[in-house]
Design a protein around this ligand. Structure first.
Ligand code: MN
Length: 258
């Protein structure tokens, strides 16, 4: 075995490296992104029992399930957005697996998001982060810590009002900067989607999706436990299901962290 992999196992076994689960639980109660009513919405997660050590299967327990690709903690592929529809390797089954592992840069905007649920990450805030922690490397996941996943009541989590949801996100200048000037893998958020709650009314609508996926970048939505990660130094492993032509998928996201 390579020395690096042997060392990795040793550090994990000794507990000097930890595996942190960045995933929210997936169930029929998992909150969904509410799109304006003229659009098709994602279906909720459904699960049904096939057998449980009974006459339907005497020695085994298993379930069937049905879900939207974008339900719960999930991966967004470039083909998800019209801006990424013609890019090569743009669906989950065709993304090279080397892109499922990358360093994490965690930008903590939880204080800003607490004061203003519509807070948008600004390029100035990114520059400030880089002055403190160094330049965001190519192929990094930029994770937006808002502590939004600590809102356990789906009402508070979606924060839906008459004019739509109110949740934090990124200013479009920040999405453009990260995609084009920093060549990141993508951005990960704790909220139900990688755009701010009010982004349906932005120009272009859902600018983070538009800019990231148009540049071949990915998204991770519905993350949790970002407060357990350092600003730099953790590695994220996020491998979506290999759905043929899939635009995304629910997945288990883990981080290896000191
Ligand atoms: Mn999505």
């Amino acid at each position: 075995m390579s020395l690096v992999l042997a060392k990795l196992l040793e550090e994990l076994t000794a507990g000097r490296l930890r595996v942190v689960d960045l995933t929210q639980s997936l169930s029929p109660q998992t909150p969904l992104l509410p799109l304006p009513p003229q659009f098709n919405n994602t279906p909720a997660f459904k699960i049904w029992e096939l057998s449980r050590y009974d006459e339907r299967g005497p020695a085994w327990y298993w379930n069937g399930f049905e879900t939207g690709e974008h339900t719960g903690t999930h991966f967004d592929a470039p083909i998800h957005w019209v801006s990424g529809k013609d890019l090569p390797d743009n669906s989950v089954d065709r993304i090279p697996p080397s892109k499922f592992v990358g360093p994490a840069c965690v930008i903590n905007i939880s204080a800003e998001a607490e004061k203003d649920p519509n807070y948008l990450l600004t390029p100035e805030r990114i520059r400030q982060w880089e002055e403190q922690y160094g330049r965001i490397p190519a192929s990094a996941w930029v994770l937006l810590r808002t502590d939004w996943s600590k809102r356990k009541d789906p009402k508070d989590y979606i924060n839906l009002m008459q004019d739509g949801p109110h949740t934090p996100g990124l200013a479009k200048e920040s999405s453009a900067f990260l995609a084009q000037q920093r060549d990141v893998l993508g951005v990960g958020v704790e909220t139900v989607g990688t755009d701010a709650g009010q982004a349906a009314s932005f120009d272009p609508p859902f600018p983070n999706h538009y800019l990231m996926h148009g540049s071949g970048k990915f998204g991770l939505a519905g993350l949790s436990n970002l407060d357990q990660l350092p600003p730099t130094g953790a590695i994220v492993i996020a491998a979506p299901l290999k759905i043929v032509g899939g635009s995304g998928s629910p997945l288990r996201v883990i981080a290896i962290t000191p």
